[in-house]
Design a protein around this ligand. Structure first.
Ligand SMILES: NC(=O)c1ccc[n+]([C@@H]2O[C@H](COP(=O)([O-])OP(=O)(O)OC[C@H]3O[C@@H](n4cnc5c(N)ncnc54)[C@H](O)[C@@H]3O)[C@@H](O)[C@H]2O)c1
Ligand SMILES: [Zn+2]
Length: 373
């Protein structure tokens, strides 16, 4: 094992996350992938699980790990399935990875969720390292130990808690992330600000126009060093919540702000709408629902719409989605128990809460207004 502290530079941030079985570091900085074994203190034989977009770009950068096999899964949420996990198991068995081995997830949240689930279950659990390469995975999916796959009936219906040994977020990977994916990740940063930090929301608001105006489909002009502190703050917000509620019994549900609507929109669109885009629409819907139910004024949802619009994220239900189907999907989502849907509502920035048994006609009205306006 190498001494974990040695590599730290002023440009590298380290956030420690504690959990019931120990702790791990989320390391955020530039140029980290080539030093990932060193940074994580990992020395065992490693299977890299990645996807068909990220494989060609970054597997070659993992040059200090003991790479046993590179498992390339097809990119996209529609492949976050048990079938793909079975294919991962097959390849692990083919190369003879045993319980002393490590799975390293290199990619976005889809890869992280699936590789983590494989690591939780293969031979009853082996070591797991996350190298998130999308903004969404850096600020959200890679932190907190939730892993899993989708079923045709809904998202993330099968899964496990699996804590990583380390999370290594190399900000340089964001340079190749399609701008639509980057914006999608910004929706989660907006969410984090709404849950816990006006300062973070202000920082996102200040950067939103410049990110919204990045031309074309690449992020070469991305202000990575400006994004760095926002990413670290979003990670710290998630850290604080998952530490206080590692198994999602209570406070952690707050992280689902915008997600009851968002998951239903994502599912109903057949995943044509990205997770973060659906969350953006969901944040607007949740704030409007909060306003309709009398918990906040309409100016809060206008503020949220403003920053999302600057980021060029969607804030309305697209024409092709049926409201009744979204309602149905919401009732099927795992966050609903025995027919009554609960929502995360907002009184103000930094003041969100769980509301059970929200009247469904109010929910439907919010959705209908968001479609027709
Ligand atoms: N486990 C959790 O706590 C948690 C939290 C939030 C979201 N999630 C899950 O995360 C998933 C969404 O994650 P996502 O938005 O990262 O999606 P994703 O993994 O599909 O990645 C988005 C796209 O970007 C590509 N990509 C990723 N990094 C790249 C890079 N550096 N350069 C070029 N292309 C790159 C991917 O190949 C993919 O096409 C959903 O399945 C969601 O349920 C999980
Ligand atoms: Zn999310």
């Amino acid at each position: 094992m190498v001494e974990k502290q040695q590599w730290q530079t002023p440009l590298t941030s380290r956030v420690e996350v504690r959990h019931p079985l120990g702790s791990y570091d989320v390391v955020v900085g530039r140029g980290l992938l080539p030093r990932s074994a060193y940074v994580s203190g990992m020395s065992s034989r490693t299977a890299v699980v990645t996807d068909s977009n990220v494989a060609e770009l970054y597997v070659k950068n993992l040059n200090d790990i003991d790479l046993l096999v590179e498992i390339v899964t097809p990119a996209g949420e529609e492949h976050k399935t048990l079938e793909t996990v079975r294919e991962i198991y097959n390849q692990l068995l083919e190369v003879g990875l045993d319980r002393r081995g490590t799975i390293l997830a290199l990619g976005g949240g889809v890869v992280g969720d699936m590789a983590g689930f494989a690591a939780a279950t293969y031979m009853r659990g082996i070591r797991f390292i996350q190298c998130p390469t999308s903004l969404l995975a850096m600020v959200d999916a890679s932190v907190g130990g939730k892993t899993g796959v989708d079923l045709p009936q809904g998202k993330n219906l099968v899964g496990a808690f699996k804590q990583p040994e380390s999370v290594i977020a190399d900000l340089d990977t964001l340079r190749t992330l399609p701008i639509v994916e980057l914006r999608s990740g910004m929706a989660e940063v907006v969410k984090s600000g709404l849950i816990a930090s006006r300062g973070l929301l202000d920082s996102v608001t200040a950067l939103a126009r410049s990110i919204g105006s990045i031309p074309g489909d690449n992020t070469t002009s991305l202000p990575i060093d400006d994004l760095h502190p926002l990413i670290v703050e979003a990670i710290m917000i998630k850290r604080d919540i998952v530490e206080s509620d590692p198994f999602e019994r209570d406070e952690r549900r707050l992280l689902n702000l915008g997600h009851t609507f968002g998951h239903a929109i994502e599912l109903t669109s057949g995943y044509a709408i990205r997770h973060g885009e659906a969350v953006a629409i969901g944040l607007v819907a949740a704030s409007r629902l909060s306003s309709v139910l009398g918990y906040c004024g309409s100016e809060l949802s206008e503020q949220i719409e403003g920053v999302l619009t600057d980021l060029r994220l969607p804030t309305r239900i697209p024409e092709f989605l049926e409201i009744d189907q979204i309602m149905l999907a919401m009732k099927t989502d795992k966050k609903s128990d025995s027919g009554s849907v609960h929502f995360i509502l907002i009184r103000d920035v930094g003041d969100v809460f769980v509301k059970d048994a929200v009247p469904l006609p109010a929910v439907k009205q919010v959705l209908e207004n968001l479609k027709t306006e």
